[in-house]
Design a protein around this ligand. Structure first.
Ligand SMILES: C=C(C(=O)O)c1ccccc1
Length: 362
């Protein structure tokens, strides 16, 4: 039977195992949103993951919603990421970059010229963001005009081209957790009356155009997509998530990115937040690689892989605290305790200073 420790063919690359390091925001980018030099060590330490997905990374200046999150839209940022991909490849790993635009989850103080954050509609999210070293309620966004939307689609396309120049094996489009793409999808955030709002087909249009642009630029084999159908993260809601995401999966199947990364339940929270939501029905509509995430332990992960219910399992907290999470899963031993005071912002503490079993002489 299939095991977490099988190799796995993902498009044109062979992963050493079916264990994925989930995208994790750490707010440690340096000046000009270039990834920190510490990030080279941080990602290299974790290169035994079958696949690393980086922290969410901006496609443009308006895409930023948190302090010190890295970008991939300038030459300096490309060069900063190149050091990281070289280190991960040198250690035998594979790495995709997660590309995001936060949309309305932002502050004027983080936006060019102090302008309002951008969104499908001018609806403020009841959520906070981390900026200027403190948590703050996000500002009211302004609605994107119809003629601004192609430019954002093109920013996704350009960032995916930049990702290949930076040495990444591919990109994960961030369509989850109440950020821009998710804001277009959900009728709680998208009140547009043009071709990007109203019907499920119209609300899926922006995601479809981003997928088409990125796949057109770098190919389906190097394009993944993250979705979170029932998460309440960042105040997104929808009146019929099963119908919405059934259509989303039909669009995804038609464009066929190499994997779908599905957050089951509330991000980092209860898996059964919508008890009757049918994730397997979504998987049945798509014939690519199925990556699952949210609260998995070793037993759960082995079970879904052995049952053929998932091809890949992503772990977040495990990879924060344990560079050698794969070895710990293999041996069935505990992960290091999570240092919750040093998750966001700061330096090496709680980032690159976690021990491996080897360090601890185990
Ligand atoms: C990129 C994030 C997400 O997808 O939820 C994120 C952002 C800030 C803190 C934690 C997570």
């Amino acid at each position: 039977t299939k095991s977490l420790f099988d190799t796995y063919r993902l498009g044109d690359i062979i992963l050493a195992n079916r264990i994925v390091m989930a995208p994790l925001t750490r707010n440690r980018a340096g000046a000009d949103l270039v990834p920190s030099p510490l990030a080279v060590e941080y990602y290299r330490q974790r290169a035994t993951a079958g696949l690393i997905i980086t922290e969410a990374t901006q496609i443009s200046a308006t895409a930023q919603g948190y302090q010190d999150t890295p970008g991939l839209f300038t030459q300096a940022q490309i060069e900063g990421w190149r050091k990281i991909t070289d280190a991960v490849h040198g250690a035998g790993g594979h790495i995709f970059v997660q590309l995001w635009h936060v949309g309305r989850v932002s502050l004027r103080s983080l936006q060019p010229d102090g302008a309002a954050p951008l969104a499908p509609s001018a609806l403020r999210a009841n959520t906070k963001t981390y900026a200027n070293n403190s948590f703050a309620e996000v500002d009211e966004p302004r609605a994107l005009t119809l003629d601004e939307i192609p430019g954002i689609v093109d920013d996704f396309r350009q960032a995916s081209a930049n990702a290949i120049l930076a040495g990444f094996d591919g990109v994960e489009i961030h369509g989850a957790n109440g950020y821009l793409i998710d804001q277009f999808l959900r009728d709680g955030a998208n009140k547009r009356t043009d071709a990007y709002g109203g019907s499920i087909e119209n609300r899926t249009r922006f995601l479809k155009e981003v997928l088409q642009a990125v796949i057109g630029e770098i190919g389906a084999a190097r394009t993944g997509l993250r979705l979170s159908p029932v998460t309440p993260a960042n105040d997104v809601t929808d009146s019929d998530p099963q119908a919405l995401f059934s259509h989303v999966m039909d669009v995804v199947e038609s464009l066929h990115p190499v994997y779908v990364h599905m957050i089951e339940g509330a991000t980092g929270g209860p898996r059964d937040i919508v008890p009757d939501f049918d994730f397997e029905a979504l998987r049945a509509r798509y014939s690519g690689a199925w990556m699952v995430n949210n609260g998995y332990d070793k037993a759960m992960a082995e079970e879904v892989v052995a049952a053929g219910k998932a091809d890949l399992v992503a772990f977040g907290k495990a990879f924060i605290s344990s560079p050698d999470a794969v070895e710990r899963l293999r041996r069935g031993v505990a992960f290091n305790e999570l240092d919750r005071d040093h998750l966001y912002g700061g330096g090496a503490k709680g980032y690159t200073d976690y021990p491996t079993l080897e360090n601890a002489g185990a």
